[in-house]
Design a protein around this ligand. Structure first.
Ligand SMILES: [Zn+2]
Length: 230
């Protein structure tokens, strides 16, 4: 049994590659329409992603290709659907470099969850407007829709609690941010701590739509801009 991640309803305007939906609901709809899909329908972009995740080379996961209106349907070899993604869905960022890049992208919102204790905090990290390298202002979600300032990241490296903050230095949200930031920076955040983005680009806040972006939290245009700057 292969394992593969499938992605829902993506289009790739730049490439003109047809990307097809894979939810189970949609699948049964397609089957009702008599389309010869068995396990799912998947786009090329999703396949690339599958390849990256070690699910096999694109052609290894596709048995047959069918024309399906102006799209293509792929009959997949037998596999188990682990996950489907939709634009705007929160998603784990699993790589520490991606996490750091996301945290310091300029307008990042993310949730860290300790899977052992069940504790979680949601943070917002904003870069000083107009600045190239910060400082970055860190806030924690303290009630629905309300973020409270807790401190500042300087030089992209040092988090300092603000004495002006209404949240004390010893508050768990402050200690957790400090801990997570240091360990992400060092590349050794323990596996028991999950890092979730909220389905929005960490730089511009727009909804993430392509698989690559959903995986690392940065939209394609912003990712390009960030690469160009380096
Ligand atoms: Zn963006």
């Amino acid at each position: 049994m292969r394992h593969i991640k499938l992605f829902e309803d993506f289009t790739d305007p730049g490439m003109g590659i047809p990307i097809i939906n894979v939810t189970r609901e949609r699948l049964s709809e397609l089957e009702e329409e008599g389309l010869p899909v068995r396990t799912g329908v998947v786009g090329i972009e999703a396949n690339k992603m599958a390849e990256k995740k070690g699910a096999g080379k694109p052609l290894d996961v596709i048995d047959k290709i069918y024309r399906c209106g102006n799209r293509f349907a792929f009959e997949l070899k037998e596999m188990e659907i682990l996950e489907t993604l939709s634009p705007g869905d929160p998603h784990l960022i699993e790589d520490n470099k991606d996490r750091l890049n996301f945290m310091l992208a300029g307008n990042a919102r993310f949730t860290v969850k300790n899977t052992q204790s069940g504790n979680r905090f949601t943070y917002r990290v904003r870069k000083l407007q107009g600045s190239e390298d910060g400082p970055f202002f860190v806030s924690v979600l303290t009630s629905p829709d309300m973020y409270t300032f807790i401190g500042t990241v300087f030089d992209g490296k040092r988090f300092k609690h603000s004495p002006k903050s209404r949240v004390g230095q010893d508050a768990q949200s402050v200690r957790t941010f400090d801990y997570v930031f240091r360990h992400v920076l060092a590349g050794n955040l323990p596996a028991s701590i999950q890092f979730w983005h909220e389905g929005k680009c960490g730089k511009c806040g727009r909804t993430l739509t392509v698989p690559e972006s959903i995986a690392n939290g940065i939209g394609p245009e912003c990712a390009k801009r960030m690469r160009d700057r380096k």
